[in-house]
Each structure stands twice: as structure tokens, then as C-alpha cells.
Design a protein around this ligand. Structure first.
Ligand SMILES: Cc1cc2nc3c(=O)[nH]c(=O)nc-3n(C[C@H](O)[C@H](O)[C@H](O)COP(=O)(O)OP(=O)(O)OC[C@H]3O[C@@H](n4cnc5c(N)ncnc54)[C@H](O)[C@@H]3O)c2cc1C
Length: 305
């Protein structure tokens, strides 16, 4: 590795100051699980590393404004094991549980993962399907960025070099909603997905019609891909197996995978269709289970006298 300066700010203000001083030559470092590899490969050569480890107030999970606020420095493992996340948005805990191994999850952070912007990562499809927003801050103030428009290319985002992700906001699901994240992982546990899919469905009150649907795919393009055409097939339509198959077919048309050691482009395209359908089925299944368990909790309905 080439030599670099190492700064350890204690406050967000100090981080802003360091970012301003070094400009695009500086790199923030959180867990270091992605950055250190890139530095060892000399793909990234910062003249200064700004460690976020000692910065106060960047970690933690809190219930606010109808959703969860997750600090940028919160680890994957903290999201996975948080009782609040498991209770409020179980899909989020389940998705972070699927990332690599406990060893990686204990160190990798939510903000670092998003800024890294590798289209093979697991959390982005779920976070986009849930309608998450990133809060980025710099010396000039802070701004909210919908995650849907956050990733622009391989390892590229809309973040400016002087910005830091301080928080991710994930809204709670509306009533009659549920989601699922599926990851096709035929090799090792700490490998990236060959294809991944997140689906969030909201049904009408009678639970017969798709009121809203979000479908987002990973590992099949230069960014995480929202399959809007597939969503449009379902919105306002009755819940039927044929419609799910049709959505899968549409999803195949929006992906742009590359051939690599995880599979050929043609294979990944097929799998994107299959995993879209399966993620939708899993989301509907989860919704059915949720309503069954809430009926059980309430007990049998009393007959009116
Ligand atoms: C062996 C291994 C297996 C893996 N398998 C998976 C997997 O199966 N699924 C998966 O999703 N991921 C996987 N990953 C990737 C892992 O999720 C990322 O490496 C991790 O999320 C990056 O987080 P970090 O805190 O370590 O970031 P760092 O390495 O510290 O930083 C990554 C990038 O983000 C920037 N950055 C860091 N924090 C912030 C911030 N708060 N604001 C703005 N920019 C910031 C850094 O400057 C850098 O450019 C794997 C990684 C390893 C090493």
C-alpha cells in the first residue's frame, strides 16, 4: 500500500473539516471491509484516510417519524440482531443477515456498504423496495436522497466527495404489506449473489388486488435495478399466479447482467425472472402468515348476540 495520512475526528464537524481540507484525495473509512481491499489492489489511492470509528452520534437505531432511523456507522450485525428492526421491519433484519459471514457483518457498516455501491450487495435491493432515504451531510449542510436514485454506476453514487452518510431512514410498511428478499448463492456463504431480488407488496383491504408493488434486483447490472415494468404489470391487478409469471418475464427485459464465474449473462437473465416471481410469492406468503398470526393473537371472533 502507498503511504497515507490517518485522521481520527471525534465529531461530525471535524469530519466535515477534514473532508474540506483534503478534498477528493481523502477517503472516509468505516468498517474498512471494502476500502482496504481496494487500497491493497491499488485501485484506490487516498492521500488521507478519515476514520469514522470515534465519531460520536453516528451509530444506533431509533424509531422516528413512522420508520427507523439507522446511523451510518451502525454495523450490519446490529441491524440483523436489533429487536426493534425485527419487530418493525423484519425484512430488513433478514436481508442484513444474508450478507457474507458474521465476521464481516460485525465490522461492515450500513453507510459504508451504501457508499461502496457494488451492485452485487444485498441490502440495496431491499432498502430500495422499502422506500429508504439516505441523509448525507457536508460543511454546507445536509440533504435527503431517495436510495432509488442514489446509485449511478459500478461503485458510483450521487454523493459528492465532501459528503458523509450520517443516516438511513426506512419507513414502516403500510397496512396489508409484506416483503421478501431472496439471494441465489450457489457457491460459498461469503460470496456475492448470482442474482438477488427484493419484493414488497401492498394489497387492497380485501387482499385480492395489488395496490402497490416494488421489485428490485441485484447482481444483474452496473447498479441495483428497479424493475418498474414488472411492477406495472401487477399494480391494480388481481393476485394470480399468471400475473406473477408475467412480472417475472418483464423483469428479464430490464436487467443487463455480465457473464462471469457465477454464471453466463443469459443464465442470470433467466434467473432474474425466476427470482422475481419467487420473491413475489414469498412476499405474498409472508403477508398471509402475518394476517393469520394476528388473527390468532386476537383470538376467535365472538358472535354478536
Ligand atoms: C469477504 C467479504 C464478503 C462480502 N460478502 C458480501 C455479501 O455477501 N453481500 C453484501 O452485500 N456485501 C458483501 N460484502 C461487502 C460488504 O458488505 C462491504 O464491504 C461493506 O458493506 C462495506 O462497509 P464498510 O463499513 O466496511 O465500508 P468501508 O470499507 O469502510 O468503506 C467503503 C466505501 O464507503 C465509503 N464510506 C464509508 N463510510 C461512509 C459514510 N458513512 N459515508 C460516506 N462514505 C462512506 C468509504 O470511503 C469507501 O469508499 C463482503 C465483503 C467482504 C470483505
Amino acid at each position: 500500500m502507498i503511504p497515507f495520512e490517518y485522521r481520527t475526528p471525534k465529531t461530525l464537524r471535524e469530519v466535515h473539516h477534514e473532508l474540506k481540507e483534503f478534498g477528493a484525495d481523502a477517503k472516509l473509512i468505516a468498517g474498512g471491509t471494502a476500502l482496504v481491499i481496494l487500497m491493497k489492489q491499488r485501485l484506490v489511492r487516498p492521500s488521507c484516510l478519515i476514520s469514522l470509528r470515534s465519531v460520536r452520534g453516528l451509530s444506533g437505531i431509533a424509531q422516528r417519524d413512522g420508520g427507523l432511523r439507522i446511523g451510518g456507522l451502525t454495523t450490519h450485525r446490529e441491524v440483523e440482531t436489533s429487536s426493534v428492526v425485527r419487530r418493525q421491519i423484519p425484512l430488513l433484519a433478514e436481508t442484513y443477515r444474508r450478507v457474507a459471514t458474521i465476521r464481516v457483518r460485525n465490522v461492515a457498516t450500513v453507510g459504508g456498504g451504501l457508499a461502496h455501491a457494488d451492485p452485487n450487495q444485498d441490502p440495496p435491493p431491499t432498502l430500495i423496495a422499502l422506500g429508504a432515504t439516505v441523509k448525507a451531510s457536508s460543511a454546507n449542510g445536509s440533504r435527503l436522497i431517495p436510495l432509488d436514485g442514489f446509485f449511478t454506476d459500478y461503485y458510483e453514487t450521487v454523493l459528492n466527495p465532501d459528503e458523509i452518510i450520517t443516516e438511513v431512514f426506512v419507513p414502516r410498511l403500510p397496512p396489508n404489506s409484506a416483503g421478501a428478499f431472496l439471494k441465489f448463492l450457489p457457491r460459498t456463504a461469503d460470496d456475492y449473489a448470482t442474482v438477488s431480488a427484493a419484493a414488497v407488496v401492498t394489497l387492497d383491504r380485501a387482499r385480492k388486488i395489488f395496490a402497490d408493488v416494488r421489485i428490485v434486483l441485484g447482481s444483474v447490472g452496473t447498479t441495483t435495478i428497479r424493475a418498474r415494468e414488472a411492477e406495472a404489470v401487477l399494480r391494480g391487478q388481481p393476485v394470480k399466479a399468471e400475473a406473477l409469471r408475467e412480472a417475472g418475464e418483464k423483469a428479464k427485459q430490464v436487467v443487463d447482467p455480465v457473464s462471469d464465474f457465477r454464471g453466463s449473462a443469459a443464465y442470470k437473465r433467466e434467473m432474474a425472472g425466476v427470482f422475481t416471481r419467487r420473491a413475489l410469492e414469498a412476499a405474498l406468503d409472508s403477508l398471509a402468515k402475518k394476517s393469520k398470526s394476528s388473527r390468532t393473537r386476537k383470538g376467535p371472533r365472538r358472535r354478536k348476540k
